[in-house]
Design a protein around this ligand. Structure first.
Ligand code: AMP
Ligand code: ZN
Length: 112
C-alpha cells in the first residue's frame, strides 16, 4: 500500500521512534508545531477517525491508554494537547489514522 505511515511502520522510511509495541508506534513529527510534537499511529491501516469501527476501535483505546505514558516520558507534566485531523476541511495530509501529541509550551487556544 502506498501509505507513508505504513512505510514508516515497515521501516522503509526512517522515523525517530519514542514508543512502540505490537499494536502502535509513536514517533516525532518531522515538522514540529510545538517543542514536543509526537504522532501516535496504529500499526493497522485505518484511514482516519472516520474509519474507526466497533471492529477496530480496540487499537484506538490502546493508543489513548498509552498516551499518558508517552507524555510522562516526554515530561509534559504541565499539560499537552491530543489532536486528530479528519478529512479535507481539517487539513489531513496523511491518510493513516494518527493522533498528534503537542506540548512543551503554553499552546494557543485557537481551534479553527
Ligand atoms: P495531518 O496534517 O494531521 O495529516 O498530519 C500529518 C503530519 O505528518 C504532519 O504534521 C507532518 O509534519 C507529519 N509528517 C509527514 N511526513 C512525516 C515523516 N516522514 N516523519 C514524521 N512526520 C511526518
Ligand atoms: Zn497506512
Amino acid at each position: 500500500m502506498n501509505c507513508l505511515f505504513c512505510k514508516i511502520i515497515a521501516g522503509e522510511i526512517p522515523s525517530t521512534k519514542v514508543y512502540e509495541d505490537d499494536l502502535i508506534l509513536a514517533f516525532r513529527d518531522i515538522n514540529p508545531q510545538a517543542p514536543t510534537h509526537i504522532l501516535v499511529i496504529p500499526k493497522s491501516h485505518i484511514p482516519s477517525v472516520d474509519g474507526i469501527t466497533a471492529e477496530n476501535s480496540a487499537v484506538v483505546a490502546h493508543i489513548f491508554e498509552t498516551i499518558p505514558t508517552i507524555a510522562a516520558a516526554e515530561k509534559l507534566e504541565n499539560g499537552y494537547r491530543v489532536v486528530s485531523n479528519c478529512g479535507a476541511d481539517a487539513g489531513q495530509t496523511v491518510h493513516h489514522l494518527h493522533f498528534h501529541i503537542l506540548g512543551g509550551k503554553a499552546l494557543s487556544l485557537e481551534m479553527a
